[in-house]
Design a protein around this ligand. Structure first.
Ligand code: JA5
Length: 237
């Protein structure tokens, strides 16, 4: 899968070269390209923002460098149609199912906004083009960030771990134990490792018993209790 990320802070995305995603990059499973939006400006001050039409606080990212940058990225691989992803708190929710859908795509291009966001005509323009495979405005949660970069780190990691060869063979097996194409309908309970006593805390006896039926039943009960306490939204009515 090819992944391109355009940002005024491309160094913010360098951690994608570490850890699990970094290994996928090193293995050639992800072809990662980071771009500095300011490289696509033409003025002396490399301006990427301007005042909002209609007034109001802050600045808006100009469509001009965004158009230049995205046209340039697009032209690098004429035979593949990329999906454009724009993180924004007003986007559709990014979920595990979104990560699964995107893990089948050949090319994702992420556009990281800053300030009050990107001029809305950028999304309109690239939505209507047949050399692009659609535009997705997505939110990773109901909080405000200073820009799209942190959200892109989250989304690329969520997609990368689903790609064949990234986690190893536990990958498909694990995901299959969940409901079709979705996250588990409950959160997981607590986990433990050695030593069996640490400070004044003991590992629950059932986990040391070797009785796999009891262990499975206990874990299910722990997951249910934790889900009811912390994520009642997952349980419906
Ligand atoms: C802020 C200019 O889903 C949480 C998000 C917050 C946020 C995102 S996604 N993008 C931006 C942004 O600010 O581009």
């Amino acid at each position: 899968m090819r992944v391109d990320i355009v940002s005024i802070f491309p160094e913010y995305l360098e951690p994608l070269r570490l850890s699990l995603v970094g290994k996928a990059v090193d293995a050639g499973i992800i072809d990662l390209h980071l771009h500095d939006l300011r490289a696509y400006t033409r003025d002396r001050h490399r301006t990427v923002d301007d005042t909002p039409y209609g007034g109001g606080p802050g600045m808006v990212m100009s469509p001009v460098p965004w158009g230049e940058a995205l046209d340039h990225v697009r032209a690098d691989e004429p035979s593949v149609r990329p999906t454009l992803v724009v993180p924004t708190p007003s986007g559709r929710p990014f979920r595990q199912a979104t990560a699964q859908e995107w893990s089948d795509r050949d090319w994702l291009v992420f556009a990281c906004g800053r300030y009050e966001g990107i001029d809305a005509r950028v999304v309109d323009h690239f939505s209507g083009r047949e050399d692009w495979d659609g535009v997705c405005e997505v939110s990773i949660g109901d909080y405000v960030l200073a820009g799209g970069e942190a959200a892109v780190l989250v989304m690329v990691e969520a997609v990368a771990r689903l790609l064949p060869g990234v986690l190893g063979n536990e990958n498909s097996a694990r995901e299959d134990s969940f409901a079709p194409g979705e996250m588990a309908e409950r959160v997981e309970g607590p986990v433990f490792t050695k030593p069996p006593q640490w400070r004044d805390l003991h590992v629950p006896d059932v986990l040391l018993s070797g009785h796999h039926g009891n262990i499975e039943q206990w874990r299910r009960a722990q997951a249910d209790a934790r889900t009811a306490e912390r994520r009642p939204d997952l349980l419906g009515d």
